[in-house]
Design a protein around this ligand. Sequence first.
Ligand code: 4AD
Length: 456
Amino acid sequence: MKHTDIKNLLGTKAENQEVTVCGWVRTSRNSKSVAFIEVNDGTSLKNIQVVVDKSADTDYKVARVGTSVKVTGVLVEGRNNTVEINALPSGVEILGTCPEDYPLQKKGCTMEYLRTMPHLRGRTNTFNAVWRVRSVLASAIHKYFQQNNYVYVNTPLITGSDCEGAGEMFNVTTIGYSAEYKSEEEYYANDFFGRRAGLSVSGQLEGEMAAMAMGKIYTFGPSFRAENSNTPKHLAEFWHIEPEVAFAELDDVIEIAEDMLKFVIRELLDTCPDDMKFFDAHFEKGLVARLEELISNDFGRVTYTEAIRLLQESGENFVYPVEWGCDLQTEHERYISEKVFKKAVFVTDYPKEIKSFYMKQNPDGKTVSAVDLLVPGVGEIIGGSEREADYDKLVTAMKERNMNLDLYSDYLDLRKFGSVPHGGFGLGFERLIMYTTGMSNIRDVILYPRTVGSIR
Ligand code: 4AD
């Protein structure tokens, strides 16, 4: 179907040229002699207005809200410096009618209500803007890494090893468990892969293998977590960006994370000014100014030990008690970033007991070279570390966790054959979108959210 993107028309000068657009009717006003229809095709937050002269177009059938149309007409100057289309006689072709029970008839539907119709909610201004921002952020992330000589790798989604060791892997199986099998081993031996397999919680371990050949790599794909966390920031399937860098220590990892975030947010502000203004007006007052401030200042930095002290001395009544060794909960993370630093802050050097086996052990014997980035409103959006590059130390940490070393022989080999200091981080893509749009529920920044107890 030959037609022009509405976005491209909105940016041009109207010189009475004939144009054709396709889209869905957002609003429709009808009087005796003239009809006004606002059409949106998803290329821009803004609709284009189509004016139908009903005296010239006696066949015109009212295009109801939700109807899909192909419009041919003349592009003219409209009010408020906009362009609009004067439809030619019979210029409004109805491609798909839309009956009265179209659920997006009325304005002001709640987010909860819209979540019940993931197949239609993209036709609202809000979700139209979210999907566009998501796309622009993804492109900016690739641009950042490509410009900086990182190699994009695709790590496997089906895996035999649990990277984070938190027991949150979904099983991948083609047979149901049955009492026929005498043991778990026998059951898995009969399964598709001949051993236990699951959906990857992180591409890091394979990413490390690629980085040990290519120097700098990144992944951008889905990760899966069977976390029983019914919260506004947890998904069972989320998109994960994981750079991994050879010849890098924790400070380098932190520098890359800050530089990358500033780059992608700058790109977003420059590429999507209308969408960002929309989020600022409807979801978080001052959003654009907050992001501008974020990218023009250094992020904060604090050790875990110091963060615990700040929390203990805060006088706040936290639901979860704070003591050295505890995992930071969202309420703690938000206090540190929102109340203490009032900006994005890196927390480093966590107790080894609450972090993963692969993190570099610090000389104090108690902490590891880990880093989380906490941001106001969301909490943690990045988790990373320098990796343990020493074979013996890594093996000891794995044994302490009762891990089956045979499953990680490739990973251990990397410490045998030309091991180097290296590190990386994981950025939760949906959490980045929440942070940059002011959307407060992760279910509203992904097309089809998968959460505990809910799949569609
Ligand atoms: O902190 P996490 O668990 O770190 C890792 O997976 C490391 N292997 C990353 C690495 O070093 N390469 O997860 C990283 C980020 C979190 O900071 C969060 O933004 C996101 O992934 N994330 C989730 N996002 C949505 N839903 C969930 N259930 C998430 N779990 C983690």
